[in-house]
Design a protein around this ligand. Structure first.
Ligand SMILES: Cc1cc2nc3c(=O)[nH]c(=O)nc-3n(C[C@H](O)[C@H](O)[C@H](O)COP(=O)(O)OP(=O)(O)OC[C@H]3O[C@@H](n4cnc5c(N)ncnc54)[C@H](O)[C@@H]3O)c2cc1C
Length: 302
C-alpha cells in the first residue's frame, strides 16, 4: 500500500512517468534518470504501456522496462496496462506477470485506438470495452491499488464534461483507488474537474498531471495529449523563446507556479510526465521544495 500511503498521507506526493525505451541502447539512460529522481523520494514510478492493437513489441518493452525499474529505484512501481489490443485472457496473463515482478499498483486504462484519442473505438469480441472493466478484472486478481485516468479538459470522445466526471465515478465504483489526470497547463481546469467529480460522488484522490514544456515534445503533441490549447500567455512566452535553454526555463517557471497553485488549492500531489528527461521535473520539484517523505518520516495526515 506504499502507493496509496504516498498519495493519501504525509507531504504532497510526487511521481514520475516514463516512456518505454525505444531500443536496448535507451535502457541504461532510462534507468539512470529514474535513479537520479530517487532523491526526490517519489511515491511511485511508472512506464507507459504501448496500446493500439498489434503493438506487441511496444507492450513487451513497457512490461520489461517496468520490471527493470526495480534495479534503478526503490520507489514502488505502478504498472500501466491498457485493454486495447488484448483479449481478456491476455490481460489476466499480463496482470499476473506484473504481480510476479513485484509491481505495487496498476494504472488501468483503455488506451487509444490506432488513429489517436479521437478516432472511433473498435473493440475485439474477446476483449474489454471500457477501463472500468479492466479495473474490475485487476481487482479480481489483486488487492493492489488501482489508478485510472481523469480528464480536466474532457476526454476527446466524451459526450460532455459532466459525463466524463460520471465515468470517473463509475471507475471508482469498479474499484479504482485514485486517479491521475491528463496533462494540465493551468490549475483551474483541475479544480473544476474535482468539483464535477465530487458532485458525481467521487471521493478517491485525483492527482494532477504535469508535463514540462521543454522543446522535447512539439507544442501540437502536448496539446493533443492534454486535450487543450496552450494558454495564450504560455504560448506567447514559448514563441518568444530564443533557444532551447530559454524554452526549458520558461517551462520550469510556468510549471513550478502551476504546481504551487495546485498544491495550495489542495491537490494531493503531482504526477510528472517526464518525457524520459529527469532535468525539468527535477528542477520544478526543487524550485517548489517538493519531495516525498524520507524513509524515517512516519508523519501522517494532510
Ligand atoms: C495518467 C494517464 C496515463 C496514461 N497512460 C497511458 C498508457 O500508458 N498507454 C496508453 O495507450 N494510453 C495512456 N493514457 C491515455 C488513455 O489510454 C486514453 O486517454 C484513452 O483514450 C482513454 O483511456 P481511459 O482509461 O480513460 O478509458 P475509458 O475510461 O474506457 O474511457 C474511454 C471513453 O469511453 C467513455 N466511457 C468510459 N466508461 C464508460 C462507461 N461505463 N459508459 C459509457 N461511456 C464510458 C469515456 O467517457 C471516454 O470517452 C493515459 C492517460 C492518462 C490520463
Amino acid at each position: 500500500m506504499r502507493i496509496l500511503n504516498a498519495i493519501r498521507t504525509g507531504p504532497p506526493s510526487v511521481s514520475f512517468e516514463f516512456y518505454p525505451p525505444k531500443d536496448e541502447s535507451a535502457v541504461g539512460p532510462l534507468l539512470e534518470r529514474a535513479a537520479r529522481l530517487e532523491s526526490l523520494r517519489p511515491g511511485f514510478v511508472s512506464v507507459t504501456y504501448g496500446a493500439g492493437g498489434g503493438a506487441t513489441g511496444r507492450q513487451e518493452a513497457s512490461i520489461r522496462a517496468t520490471e527493470l525499474l526495480s534495479r534503478a529505484t526503490t520507489a514502488p512501481r505502478l504498472a500501466h496496462l491498457t485493454l486495447a489490443g488484448h483479449s481478456r485472457a491476455e490481460l489476466v496473463q499480463v496482470v499476473r506477470r506484473f504481480l510476479d515482478s513485484g509491481v505495487e499498483g496498476f494504472m488501468a486504462l483503455r488506451g487509444d485506438p490506432p488513429g489517436g484519442p479521437s478516432a472511433p473505438w473498435h473493440g475485439s469480441p474477446d476483449g474489454l470495452t471500457y477501463a472500468c472493466e479492466l479495473v474490475e478484472l485487476i481487482r479480481g486478481l489483486s488487492a493492489a491499488p488501482i489508478g485510472v485516468a481523469a480528464f480536466p479538459y474532457g476526454h476527446p470522445a466524451a459526450e460532455s464534461l459532466e459525463h466524463d466526471a460520471a465515468v470517473l465515478a463509475i471507475k471508482q465504483r469498479a474499484g479504482a483507488d485514485f486517479a491521475l489526470t491528463q496533462v494540465l497547463f493551468e490549475a483551474e481546469p483541475y479544480f473544476r474537474l474535482v468539483e464535477r467529480a465530487t458532485r458525481e460522488g467521487v471521493t478517491i484522490p485525483v492527482v494532477p498531471g504535469i508535463m514540462p514544456v521543454t522543446g522535447a515534445v512539439k507544442r501540437e503533441r502536448m496539446e493533443l495529449l492534454s486535450g487543450s490549447a496552450l494558454p495564450a500567455e504560455l504560448a506567447a512566452r514559448v514563441s518568444a523563446a530564443r533557444d532551447r535553454d530559454e524554452l526549458a526555463q520558461i517551462g520550469v517557471d510556468w510549471c513550478a507556479a502551476l504546481v504551487r497553485d495546485l498544491l495550495d488549492g489542495g491537490a494531493p500531489g503531482v504526477h510528472f510526465y517526464t518525457l524520459n528527461s529527469s532535468l525539468a521535473a527535477e528542477a520544478i520539484c526543487r524550485k517548489v521544495g517538493l519531495s516525498g517523505p524520507s524513509s524515517d518520516d512516519s508523519s501522517g495526515g494532510r
